[in-house]
Design a protein around this ligand. Structure first.
Ligand SMILES: C[S@@+](CC[C@H](N)C(=O)[O-])C[C@H]1O[C@@H](n2cnc3c(N)ncnc32)[C@H](O)[C@@H]1O
Length: 330
């Protein structure tokens, strides 16, 4: 195979691997490129490679996505296979049969490969909104912020990080694994989200603070119940964060007002010490919401500047979504 062709196949495999492990929508997979490559090949090698980068990937075998997702993926792969009449690949059909016999469940795993060779795996709900909260799934801004953190580890190394509205925990887990913070405080207001968050911390081999078996070289990890509407200056002072982060928390006017309120109280905690650095990442769904955020920040006397946009490199979030991140000065 020519080197460019080889590189193209590698990229295709990587794209399938990252999308499948993160259980991204099947529409987002590069099916057309796969079809073109299958038409040009005389054997089933490429399909076998895809199977091993997805359903048979060691990370997937340990922490599989929902049965329904794996079944739909395999059915699609088989359709592409049958459309080009390459030699039959029994492994594909066997994998499908396994998913047909497996029990359905409303939970699944979402995994993200890290540049270190490790991964972050989350157990999440398969519904975008369940139990009245948006916090049981990972949102794209969490991936955008995690990607930025991995490119800028110094912002977190040896520092105490407080995350607001952590949701399923992707950003924090990636930071704990890649950026060596001294302490990491995940927080949220919703009890189901907090329960899932604790489970995800443990699933990723991190210990929660009270655990005396915790590894000494790991950050001190806490999962805290913190409601922006009720947290007092006194409660917030206990965290003493050097850095505060939040992803996808600007989804409605009420959330924006609450968030700016808690940021104001965080600023009030640190009268005699250096104020924490704050990074807020979000998907620009509508410009009025962003406008409301910056207006509220202005009223609260919080200065902000936009971080330079970075291109998607590592995690499979929506390529066509407009993402942004603000650096606030409390
Ligand atoms: C859209 S989710 C984002 C979750 C995660 N950061 C991500 O990007 O995947 C918003 C999160 O903010 C939390 N949240 C909303 N209002 C809150 C409040 N007043 N206090 C604390 N957390 C809140 C929700 O429980 C939810 O987990």
């Amino acid at each position: 195979m020519a080197p460019e062709e080889n590189a193209g196949t590698e990229l295709l495999l990587q794209s399938f691997e990252r999308r499948f492990l993160a259980a991204r929508t099947l529409r987002s997979f590069p099916w057309q490129s796969l079809e073109a490559k299958l038409r040009d090949s005389s054997d089933s090698e490429l399909l076998r490679d895809i199977l091993h980068k997805t359903v048979k990937h060691p990370v997937c075998v340990k922490h599989p996505p929902s049965v329904k997702y794996a079944r739909c993926f395999l059915s699609e792969l088989i359709k592409k296979h049958e459309a080009v009449h390459t030699e039959p690949l029994d492994e594909l059909y066997e994998a499908l049969v396994e998913t047909l016999m497996a029990k359905e469940c409303t939970l699944g795993h979402w995994s993200y490969l890290l540049p270190s060779g490790g991964s972050v795996t989350l157990s999440e709900s398969t519904a975008i909104i369940s139990h009245g909260t948006t916090g049981l799934v990972t949102w794209d801004a969490a991936l955008y912020l995690a990607e930025w953190a991995i490119e800028n580890p110094a912002a977190f190394t040896n520092r105490t990080v407080l995350e607001l509205g952590s949701g399923a925990g992707l950003t924090g887990l990636a930071i704990c694994k890649m950026c060596r913070p001294r302490a990491y405080i995940f927080s949220d207001c919703h009890s189901r989200v907090l329960e899932q968050l604790r489970g995800n911390v443990l699933l990723n081999g991190l210990s929660l603070e009270a655990d005396i078996t915790a590894k000494l070289d790991s950050p001190r990890v806490t999962v805290a119940q913190l409601d922006w509407d009720v947290a007092t200056v006194h409660q917030l002072s206990a965290f003493q964060p050097d850095v505060v982060i939040a992803a996808d928390v600007l989804y409605c006017p009420e959330a924006i007002v609450s968030l700016v309120g808690v940021l104001r109280r965080l600023a009030a905690c640190r009268e005699h010490q250096q104020a924490p650095e704050v990074y807020v990442a979000f998907t620009i769904r509508n410009p009025e919401t962003c406008q409301l955020f910056t207006t509220e920040l202005g009223w609260a006397g919080i200065r902000w500047e936009a971080e330079a946009h970075h291109d998607q490199k590592l995690f499979p979030y929506g390529e066509h979504l407009e993402m942004a991140m603000l650096n606030l000065t409390l």
